[in-house]
Design a protein around this ligand. Structure first.
Ligand code: BTN
Length: 256
């Protein structure tokens, strides 16, 4: 049986965080498999939208396409939020909207950095990935999982991420509060997902943070080309060598 989490986080009662952030419920774990898995369990048992699960450490953190997400104790913000499915976001990929909320929050706590987004779900500062978004279907909701590396784990990032992964505190050059970042993300997410206007405003915000714009890329779905932004449904526009354009709807993209 799963424990119901910590009573206090950062010395503050969890109930106070719930009130401060203005969300339906907050569960905080010292250690858990994956906050997304726990959030899906909560959704299945009828938890309302804007219920939040946070962990200091994840032992089976997941990234996109089944990749492991390294979530060392105290080194990052590992959180999942139940988002309502009531807002019609058309074909717009939810990870873009969640990514914009996270990028805005990052810049609020660290105004000296520019957070860009590598379509469709990577949060970058300069060339380094500091975070990622994993949205999964839950019972009557979407579980939005957000992982942001705050500091380099003891012993460094795994070798295969060396040089590509980054940590927010390192990039910002100062110690940051996960709780503040979390509250800002939740505030932006609520604003952006409450109405269709909010969702589409986040699309234009994304266009100012598009890390691929104008760059040569190799896409899993459509092969190589130059990234030419996203259309109104959030699909990546790829310009081929002959000048024709094709929409990329999903799959991974590599800067070449
Ligand atoms: C990616 O870039 O591939 C997405 C990474 C998403 C990681 C977060 S951490 C909180 C939540 N719980 C998980 O198991 N994964 C997401």
């Amino acid at each position: 049986m799963i424990d119901v989490g910590l009573r206090r986080w950062g010395g503050v009662p969890v109930e106070t965080w719930r009130e401060t952030w203005g969300v339906a419920s907050v569960e905080i774990h010292a250690r858990i498999g994956s906050t997304n898995d726990r959030a899906r369990e909560l959704a299945a048992s009828g938890a309302p939208p804007y219920s939040v699960v946070i962990a200091d450490e994840q032992t089976s953190g997941r990234g996109r396409r089944g990749a492991a997400w390294h979530s060392s104790a105290g080194c990052g913000l590992w959180m999942s939020v139940l988002l309502p499915t009531v807002v019609d976001i058309g074909d717009l990929p939810l990870p873009l909207v969640v990514g914009v909320a996270a990028a805005e929050a990052i810049e609020s706590v660290a105004p000296n950095v520019h957070a860009s987004i590598k379509w469709p779900n990577d949060l970058l500062i300069g060339p380094r990935k500091v975070g990622g978004i994993l949205c999964e279907a839950g019972s009557g909701c979407v579980v939005a999982g957000i992982g942001i590396n705050m500091r380099v784990p003891p012993g460094g990032f795994p070798e295969k991420l060396e040089g590509r992964a980054g940590a927010l505190e390192h990039e910002a050059g100062k110690i940051l509060l996960r709780s503040q970042l979390c509250g800002l993300i939740l505030g932006s997410l609520e604003t952006m997902t409450a109405t269709a206007e909010g969702v589409y405003a986040s699309l234009s915000n994304f266009r100012g943070r598009d890390a691929l714009q104008g760059n040569p890329v190799d896409t899993e779905q459509e092969g190589p080309g130059v990234a030419r932004g996203v259309d109104d449904s959030g699909s990546l526009m790829l310009e081929r060598a002959d000048g024709s354009r094709v929409r990329v709807i999903s799959g991974s993209v590599r800067l070449t």
